[in-house]
Write a protein that binds this ligand. Structure first.
Ligand code: GLN
Length: 505
């Protein structure tokens, strides 16, 4: 057994990141620990450039299509289904010489924050196997953190790339909406969703993003970046103005939002869930201090509408999920019941047996908010909140059309905010309730509502677990975020869990 195969097997047994693995390709790759052969026959003795992905293996979340491979979406309904085609983002990486090593675990259809909502298996955090890897792209994050792959693809609808990246101590990029083709992604909430990158360093993240971005004829919502937008390759290292969103003020605003007798209790739980735990607060303060030491100017900013972000996100995401998941009927895709009275009965039985409880909950919630007579009250209101949040961020960062050139007169280049209120949580009694997990999506879901790019990177390690922070930027200004994070990484190289060994430069 080759060195890399052995390493892969040992880790995978512990963390369970993959739903499907190409074992033959792993064995044939012949990777050796860094400093020796890079890839058998190809790069012996040669140092790779991180700019290139050629010869590198990567992992793909199992809701992104790769021809002939699993596309289970973490669901019993699609278990053992093979994809008939390949997603554009994957194709572009393959065209540059990278190869798919396997498909990674996720919360069913991307619905969750721990990967425990997968109907197929559990994924553990490489830093502490009793804790979750985060979600929903938990398998991709864990695989990168353990050094099984240098990068992975995930999807981010409300934080599913950034939050697991923070839990596992890797870099996670959610690009601008439309910057990367969604062709080949199994849709959960189409207007919020993007394909994203998880990587072991900022430079690698930048390289992968530069390859996968761009307009795609197969996805009419994909767009090329405006001519005036900064190029993703552009590195300036210059000092920036970073707006800081004080997390406490958002939690306080939620508690004070008011909402009748029942609402009050709900809001107080939500406010508590949005409050940073001691270690995360320390990590956030460390990030502020380090960014200031790097020469950036930090200013406090407020976004009052943010307190409504989670309800707006869940109303919109559930509404779109209820429509998108209607195609899974047991007739066209996936598992069918052995016997049914008639087609309606067949669909009922397939969905009853195939979907997990979180998926059913969201389909019901989506059908409820879209019910005639209720649309004004929930769905349309959520869309108004969404527009308000987008406007607030645009006022801080500049708008998406770059009509006045790169200089928009905006007051900051990026906004710094927490990723999630806690570090990776455990599976014991202290675990966040499903409701608290949703409320805690506050800091990530706002970038999806606004369609803006956001980058999560490790700020520090607190009591043995990584803490990530997040930079949110102007539309199509991913390179600004990558630039700031790269400066940070240079000063404070990102940490690895014990047992990590590098197999590539
Ligand atoms: N926690 C969010 C949710 O459950 C994240 C979803 C995502 O980004 N796919 O909806």
């Amino acid at each position: 057994m080759g060195e890399y195969t052995e390493y892969f097997k040992k880790w995978e047994e512990k963390i369970g990141a993959f739903i499907e693995v190409d074992e033959e390709a792993i064995e044939n790759s012949g990777f050796k620990r860094r400093g020796q052969d890079f890839r058998a026959g190809e790069r012996v003795g040669e140092k790779s450039e991180k700019k290139s992905v050629s010869g590198l293996p990567f992992a793909v979340k199992d809701n992104i299509a790769v021809k002939g491979r699993s596309i289970s979406c973490g669901s019993k309904l699609l278990e053992n289904v093979k994809s008939p085609y390949t997603a554009t983002a994957v194709k572009k990486l393959e065209a540059q010489g990278a190869w798919v090593i396997g498909k990674t675990n996720l919360d069913e259809f991307g619905m969750g924050s721990s990967t425990d909502n997968s109907a197929l298996k559990k994924t553990n955090n490489p830093w502490d196997a009793s804790r979750v890897a985060g979600g929903s792209s938990g398998g991709s994050a864990a695989a990168v953190a353990a050094g099984l792959v240098p990068f992975a693809l995930g999807t981010d609808t409300g934080g599913s790339v950034r939050q697991p990246a923070a839990f596992c101590g890797v870099v996670g990029l959610k690009p601008t909406y439309g910057a990367v083709s969604r062709f080949g992604l199994v849709a959960y909430a189409s207007s919020l969703e993007t394909a994203g990158v998880l990587a072991d360093s900022v430079e690698r993240c930048r390289a992968v993003f530069s390859i996968i971005r761009g307009k795609d004829e197969n996805d009419q919502t994909s767009v090329a970046a405006p001519a005036n937008a900064p190029s993703p390759e552009e590195k300036s290292g210059k000092p920036r103005i970073i707006g800081v969103l004080p997390a406490e003020s958002v939690a306080k605003a939620i508690a004070a939002a008011g909402g009748g007798a029942d609402g009050e209790q709900t809001l107080s739980i939500a406010a508590q869930a949005a409050t940073l735990e001691e270690e995360t607060r320390r990590g956030f303060e460390t990030a502020k201090k380090n960014l200031a030491a790097l020469g950036h100017t930090l200013i406090d900013v407020e976004i009052p509408s943010l307190k409504y972000g989670v309800p707006a996100y869940y109303a919109i995401a559930a509404a779109e999920a209820s429509a998108n998941l209607a195609r899974f009927d047991g007739i066209r895709y996936g598992k069918r019941p052995d016997w049914a009275e008639n087609p309606d009965d067949l669909i009922d039985k397939a969905r009853e047996a195939g979907f997990g409880s979180e998926v059913k909950l969201r389909i019901l919630l989506g059908a409820f908010v879209l019910r005639s007579g209720f649309q004004d009250r929930y769905y349309l209101r959520a869309q108004r909140i969404r527009a308000g949040i987008r406007r607030s961020f645009e006022a801080l960062l500049g708008d998406a059309d770059y009509a006045n050139g790169a200089d928009s007169g905006a007051c900051c280049d990026a906004v710094l905010l927490p990723v999630f209120p806690t570090r990776a949580f455990d599976r014991g009694p202290s675990t966040l309730s499903p409701f608290a997990q949703k409320a805690a999506d506050l800091y990530t879901c706002c970038a999806n509502l606004a369609g803006l790019p956001a980058l999560s990177f490790p700020a520090s390690v607190e009591n043995g677990l990584p803490v990530g922070v997040q930079l949110l930027g102007r539309a199509f200004a991913e390179s600004t975020l990558l630039d700031i994070a790269e400066g940070y990484e240079k000063e404070r190289p990102f940490p690895h869990p014990s047992g990590y060994e590098p197999f590539w430069d």
